[in-house]
Design a binder for this molecule. Sequence first.
Ligand code: GTP
Ligand code: SPV
Ligand code: MN
Length: 633
Amino acid sequence: ISASATFHQHSHAEEAAMVHHHDSAPTNHLKLVDWVRAQQALLEPDNVHWCDGSQEEYDSLVGDLVDKGIMIPLDSKLRPGSYLTRTDPADVARSESSTFICSEKEIDSGPTNNWVDPNQMRSELEKSFRGSMRGRTMYVIPFSMGPVGSPLARIGVQVTDSPFVVVNMRIMTRIGQPVLDVLGDDKEFVPCVHSVGKPLEPGDKDSLWPCNIPERKVVHFPESREIWSFGSGYGGNSLLGKKCLALRIASVMARDEGSLAEHMLILGLTSPAGKKYYIAAAFPSACGKTNLAMMQPTLPGWKVQVVGDDINWMKFNPKDSRLYAINPEAGFFGVAPGTSGKTNPNAMETIQKNTVFTNVALTEEGDVWWEGMTKRRPESKVVNWKGEVWDPSMGDKGTPLAHPNSRFTVSVDQCPAKDPAWDDPNGVPISAIIFGGRRETTVPLVFQTKDWNHGVLVGATVASEKTAAAEGSDVGQLRFDPFAMLPFAGYNMGDYFGHWLSMPSRVNDSSQLPKIFHVNWFRKDTNGSFMWPGFGENSRVLKWIVDRLEKPEDRELFTSTPIGYVPTASSLDLSGIEKEVAGGVMEKLLKVDAQSYLSEVGKARDYFKQFGDRFPAKLTKELDDLEDRLKKN
Ligand code: GTP
Ligand code: SPV
Ligand code: MN
């Protein structure tokens, strides 16, 4: 770790305090021990607790949180080992406006990230963090992103003053002693500092969800590979292994190493003939990754198994030129609303026990409820996500009982559809990459790109209607979200496009490159209803993708259009849903309207201007070629 990991110079009094604080660190890693001591001196916690990751430790933390009323136990028969937590109503989603990439040069953070000069940011952090853990315990969480000891895994160490964060980190990542063992005496780790930002002075009463919204900031130093998060306890802002390390910092590491760190699910797809394919897919937040990764296909004979539902690290193997992927996480932090036995039965089974729910509603029976879990609201009293009682006589009024970004935290291990190779330390070979977003109009159900570079253009032009996964009043508005990485790329997005374009030059046999597709489950009709049934029915699209992989020469399967290869009406297996998509629905879902697409090209051109000379010329050429094809159409 660079010296900058400890921006704080110790005073004599603090040095003395450190000597007296002879906490027994369960490691001989001197840099780690030093770093923890430095954080202790800065943050001034009452105690330091090194997490061993054991069940006893988990149970004891949960016990305390239950005693304090922070975690509400659910009915032990209906939902054993499960809890509900309500956050502060102002701390319910990722806060993109307070997320920073503090590279040494502003240009390296790029136009799509917030940037503050690192020196200035360090002094702001110093002000916020100094003494911020007073009256609290500092937990030290060694964690591995990826199977412990895997050549593809990376290690982080997070200090936090939130026991709730420790509980969630234990579900979402691999933590504790086994990680310290791999770290040995001198292996590298990413230092992660998190504080809810609410020190307690003697006599202060703690709140159920301490946070500090006015001073909230989630800060990344890409060169020294550090993460500092202040003032929020919400998932993506506080579980620092997830978006902060596994995407923002890991994307920078991947750039430097020639690999990829992506906001993608990974699924294993088995055809009726028994052939298995691994597929990765990037959709923006709350646009269907968890649902696709856990899908129960409605097409007979097909099977989907989940490797990961949110983050994907990929690297080419020089031996076979194939792209191998691991899921760096060990849990799901999934969107609750819309999850039901009909839409996602595998998720429903996964969250039957040992699950932490955040900001969902609580029923009279002591179970959870959210919009879309059942067709109608419960027949009896419910406590909504804010802790207010609602009863059926009060009617619907359009205010949801669960927050639209309410979530469940649960381990992958509990998922009945987990892939046998989900935690294979060597990863799984990817055959296809899918991009997608929420698009009411214009974008067809599915198309295949012409080649890798065209695929990169399609990734770079992903646009999606905003969801509740990020704060803001602009839910539903269309925004560009390149590669679904807009909030997660840790460096200049123009360079990121260039990195993707460089992939073919990294393999000996470019015929092994994954094929690139784009999907859209979210087309709407004039009444505002979804035109495509989605969820398990998306297996029909996966089948077409496999057909394209297996029979690239089969002319019956596709029409060549300016935007790429679109299925012919007869090449999609619609058996059983013919009625649902009758009356011209399929024609609309598969139509490529050159005029609408030309307007997309214009918007993309404007959007790309901000990248200036960091924008790859190859991608400009791809865009020009697309425009030519559309004009000739
Ligand atoms: P993050 O965890 O935020 O990255 O989200 P995600 O991409 O994993 O999205 P998720 O699968 O949780 O889905 C988000 C919302 O979209 C849920 O309310 C789903 O019910 C809904 N959804 C997912 N797939 C489909 C689909 O095929 N059709 C429709 N209409 N809705 C879908
Ligand atoms: C997302 O917003 O893409 C999530 C949830 O997966 S969070 O971990 O909060 O970022
Ligand atoms: Mn996500």
